[in-house]
Design a protein around this ligand. Structure first.
Ligand code: THU
Length: 134
């Protein structure tokens, strides 16, 4: 079960600074799973979120937006995690608006969101396609 995988994956998180572990699983339409955990750094701006790591893994394996099905994240705290805003932009890039993101806390309580609901007023291709140098 994905929740068990997430719980197990939390142990791989490298989060000595925040002490907040995050795990992410991406399920592709062919059933393949991609994993990510947060990977922190003394230089805090260099830290990676679990979603970034999982998406990078899927993309590096040749998977495209149209190949990806669902995304699951778990945080080690009491509150059910929601993706940070940097990750929302990334999720918006690699998942359709209708895709469900399943979010959990350490007790496996669940909330579900559609990517489009997490990303209102998004910066999307419309801005770039009609842009001009002036
Ligand atoms: N974190 C994630 O991995 N994903 C998110 O969407 C929210 C925040 C990580 C980053 C950092 O390692 C820790 O949680 C605390 O901010």
């Amino acid at each position: 079960m994905i929740k068990d995988i997430l719980k197990d994956l939390l142990k791989n998180s490298y989060s000595p600074y925040s002490k907040y572990q995050v795990a992410c699983v991406i399920k592709a339409k062919d059933g393949k799973l991609f994993y990510g955990v947060n990977v922190e750094n003394k230089s805090s701006k260099d830290g990676l979120c679990a979603e970034q790591v999982a998406i990078s893994s899927a993309v590096s394996s040749g998977y495209k937006k149209s190949d990806l099905d669902n995304i699951f994240i778990m945080g080690s705290g009491e509150k059910i995690i929601v993706p940070c805003f940097l990750c929302r932009q990334l999720l918006n890039e690699f998942f359709c608006g209708e895709t469900i993101i399943f979010c959990y806390n350490n007790g496996r309580d669940e909330k579900q969101f559609k990517i489009k609901d997490l990303c209102p007023y998004d910066f999307n291709n419309d801005f770039i396609s009609d842009s001009k140098y002036i």
